[in-house]
Design a protein around this ligand. Structure first.
Ligand code: ADP
Length: 367
């Protein structure tokens, strides 16, 4: 049982504020992913949790115990790193058992039993007598995971563990990690810059930017109700379109269209609770957000009623399962994910249908 609470956690490196006041409750047994662009403070947050960095402010509480100043070895957490961090001169078995042996806390029988269990769980029995240079990247990462799980830690802390693997192996290991979590049920904090990895692995996902938390939610909620412009553009591929508008008399006015907003404060899908971080009011500049997959060629949706937007097609990109149209609506670039094999050419003018319930509205500066 391990619940981890961060209170106003801060870390400064000279004049760089890497972690800028984070409050977070990590629930016992959950798989929590921290995602964000390079340099946003993800690794530093994880290293603070592990005790590999000293906080410059705030506190870390594990199961009610303040561990902010506790040595890494006394936190009972296991780190898994991107570069595996295996000892090159030791076999897989020695790498896995080294920490347990040197702690002096385990009998030889207990060590053998745990290695046997880990080897079975991770299917690595045939790697135990090999040295890392005789293993593939995926095999090395399995051994590194083995070293983490034999310690039966209160929490796993994983820092981009799959990013040195090729794309196919990464997808396979992603599924294996999810399965491992289901069987062990250990609290896991997983850092990645890859939003697909975050969305597929995380039971909850923390989106960070500039040392701060932008939003914490379940993946589908992040996708459906991004709290601000940053989250909206970071989550989803291709990225959400952002069309600059002015709010006038409850209407979003663009240079090429005007869309009435559903209620007085423009309460589109602009936030986890539908109310966003900044209300969009008359006289303000805003951005209208809409995902490429929420825009349709009107000809593909003859049953769709309501307004359409005129767009000019600049480039077409066949993706196999869809046709990505890079268009212009007035002066604004806008991507549309159309059905595959549509007979659309660059230079065509198309009529775009949308579902008003899938439009978002953000403060242009939010996030
Ligand atoms: P991320 O993991 O999101 O890529 P990091 O947590 O590694 O980001 O880094 C956050 C910020 O802190 C960056 O600006 C980075 O350059 C800085 N930083 C990280 N570690 C150190 C360090 N040991 N010394 C100085 N600056 C650091």
């Amino acid at each position: 049982m391990t619940t981890v609470t961060l209170h106003d956690l801060r870390k400064e490196f000279d004049d760089v504020v890497a972690v800028n006041g984070i409050d977070l409750e990590i629930v016992d047994g959950e798989f929590l992913v921290i995602v964000g662009p390079s340099g946003c403070g993800k690794s530093t947050t994880l290293r603070l949790l592990a005790g590999l960095e000293d906080a410059t402010g705030g506190e870390i509480v594990m199961d009610g115990r303040d561990v902010t100043a506790v040595e890494p070895k006394d936190r009972n957490v296991a780190m898994v790193f991107q570069n595996y961090a295996l000892y090159p001169h030791m076999t897989g078995r020695r790498n896995i058992t080294f920490g347990m042996k040197s702690s002096g806390d385990f009998t030889d029988e207990a060590i053998d039993r745990r290695v046997g269990e880990a080897a079975e769980t991770l299917d690595i029995a045939d790697l135990l007598d090999r040295k890392p240079q005789a293993m593939s990247g995926g095999e090395r990462q399995r051994v590194a995971l083995g070293r983490a799980i034999v310690r039966d830690p209160d929490a796993f802390l994983m820092d981009e563990p799959l990013s040195n693997l090729d794309a196919k192996l990464r997808i396979q290991m992603r599924a294996e990690l999810a399965q491992l979590h289901t069987s062990l049920g250990t609290t896991t904090v997983y850092v990645t810059h890859d939003q697909t990895e975050a969305m597929t692995l995380g039971e909850r996902v923390v989106v960070m930017n500039d040392g701060r938390i932008m939003q914490v939610d379940e993946p589908q909620t992040l996708y459906d109700f991004p709290a601000n412009r940053f989250v909206a553009e970071f989550i989803g591929d291709p990225a959400m379109n952002m069309l600059p508008v002015d709010i006038e008399n409850g209407t979003a006015v663009h240079d090429a269209f005007a869309i009435p907003l559903p209620n007085a404060d423009g309460g589109l899908r602009n936030g986890a609770n539908g109310d966003g971080d900044v209300p969009i009011r008359d006289g303000r500049r805003a951005v209208l957000g809409v995902r490429p997959e929420d825009l349709y060629l009107a000809t593909e949706r003859p049953d769709a009623s309501g307004e359409t937007l005129a767009a000019t097609v600049d480039v077409t990109e066949p993706l196999g399962d869809s046709l990505l149209l890079h268009c212009s609506i007035g002066e604004s670039p806008c991507k549309i994910q159309a059905k595959p094999r549509s007979d659309i050419r660059p230079g065509d003018t198309v009529s775009i249908a949308y579902d008003p319930a899938r439009l978002h509205c953000f403060d242009p500066e939010s996030g």
